[in-house]
Design a protein. Structure first.
Length: 266
């Protein structure tokens, strides 16, 4: 398992759990946290035994955005992380899922604050669960800043444009129920139960054929901006090879034999 001083990495069965671990700063983004996140995405993609990823935060919050002081990375402790950033100047955008999309499904488990950079990372996840007291929002304009983590592009594609513009242009905060009502998240659960629900969803994903899951996710994103004709053509190109896999034979066979399938990514 990887991880850094500000991010913990844990395996729960076939799920890799990445936990933002700066509770004293509401898990605001630091150099160690960003480096750890990017390494976590890479670890999940490189390990075929990992079938899903859960992203959450420690101490009752998800992420309160950027910690500008911590990102300065001053002092000897930050040297190794600054070197990583020099080697890959795009690393922070990859960590925040702006310039990187893991091939495994990413499930967000949100409690407490999920604002600014937290809401921007959220838009790069695939399935989103929140505790009922969670708070969302993009407050950059209130500080005369720009939400450059992808929100002016992604948000209007994920929720109705009028809601996207209201969130972007007012900088106000949204409750979990309001975020659910506009489609920013998919599940609201009692406070403190978001991780449990996310792991429950992850287990359902993990029980499915991994090649099929990854191909379906890829197809959804690949076809999002295509015309219907282009999208249907792309779907066939992505989907037909799945039917030729051994796993595609195992699934129906296991169903007929009334037993759990044993998928081998083959």
């Amino acid at each position: 398992m990887g991880g850094t001083e500000h991010l913990t990495v844990e395996r729960k069965g076939a799920t890799l759990v990445l936990t933002l671990n700066r509770p004293e700063a509401k898990n605001a983004l630091s150099l160690p946290l960003l480096v750890g996140l990017y390494d976590g995405w890479l670890e999940a993609d490189a390990d075929d035994s990992i079938r899903s990823i859960v992203l959450t935060g420690a101490g009752g919050d998800f992420c309160a955005g950027m910690d500008l002081k911590a990102l300065a990375g001053k002092g000897m402790d930050g040297q190794q992380y600054r070197e990583r950033m020099k080697e890959d100047p795009d690393l922070h955008w990859k960590a925040m899922l702006r310039h990187h999309r893991p091939r495994k499904p990413v499930i967000a488990a949100v409690e407490g604050y999920c604002v600014a950079g937290g809401t921007e990372i959220l838009q790069g996840t695939d399935i989103r669960v929140a505790g009922e007291t969670a708070t969302f929002g993009l407050s950059e304009v209130k500080r005369a800043l720009f939400p450059i983590g992808g929100s002016t592009v992604r948000l209007q594609r994920q929720i109705p444009r009028t809601h996207a513009l209201e969130m972007l242009l007012t900088g106000r905060h949204y409750s979990a129920q309001e975020a659910l009502s506009i489609g920013l998240i998919g599940n609201v659960v009692p406070e403190g139960k978001a991780l449990d629900k996310a792991l429950e969803i992850a287990d359902m994903v993990n029980a499915c054929g991994p090649l099929a899951v990854e191909a379906v996710k890829a197809s959804v994103y690949e076809t999002a901006e295509m015309t219907e004709t282009e999208g249907l053509k792309s779907e066939l190109e992505r989907g037909w090879p799945i039917f030729a896999t051994e796993d595609a034979k195992e699934g129906p066979k296991a169903f007929a034999e009334k037993r759990p399938p044993v998928y081998k990514r083959a």
